[in-house]
Design a protein around this ligand. Structure first.
Ligand SMILES: [Zn+2]
Length: 167
């Protein structure tokens, strides 16, 4: 007689995206909180990251609130490292074949680094255009295509967590 096996309670991709959303809450960015989770091919190891200044740089309100990179003082764009890059740095291991889950559509800069690391799949939730950054979806999708990186969007219900994504 066949033994009964319990069904999986939830889809893995959805769970990992939810984890990325929780990680995003750690971000100090007053405008956009982004979270990323890297998962190894056998799903036994993970690395997480969120958008923020390098840990050696103090989170001065003046810098976080300055969006003008032409000004004399630092702007947040000059100091922030994206969630994807922080998850990559944090992993400190060969990322060939890993999957990246990220709350927001990646930018071209992160995309090329994702390719260079050998990451093979990227799943995001919030589409380009929601954040103030210029993101060209077609170009980025093409980059991933020629590098043979699977790239997909999974829109998940935020059930009250929307504030953690786009404040
Ligand atoms: Zn980026």
């Amino acid at each position: 007689m066949q033994k009964e096996i319990l069904p999986k309670p939830e889809n893995w991709d959805v769970v990992m995206l939810r984890m990325a959303m929780v990680i995003a809450r750690m971000s100090k960015d007053p405008a956009t909180k982004v979270g990323a989770v890297l998962v190894s091919p056998d799903r036994t190891r993970i690395s997480v990251g969120y958008n923020g200044f390098p840990k050696q740089i103090p989170d001065r309100v003046e810098w976080w609130n300055n969006r003008d990179s032409e000004s004399q003082t630092f702007s947040k764009y000059e100091l922030v490292r994206h969630a994807e890059m922080n998850a990559i740095t944090q992993a400190k291991t060969d990322l060939s074949g890993w999957t990246l889950y990220v709350t927001h559509h990646p930018c071209i800069d992160c995309a090329k680094n994702i390719v260079a690391e050998g990451i093979k799949r990227v799943v995001y939730s919030v589409e380009a255009g929601v954040v103030s950054m210029m993101i060209n979806h077609d170009k980025i999708a093409y980059l991933f295509k020629i590098a043979k990186v699977e790239f997909e969007q999974i829109v998940i219900a935020h059930d009250g967590e929307k504030d953690s994504l786009t404040q």
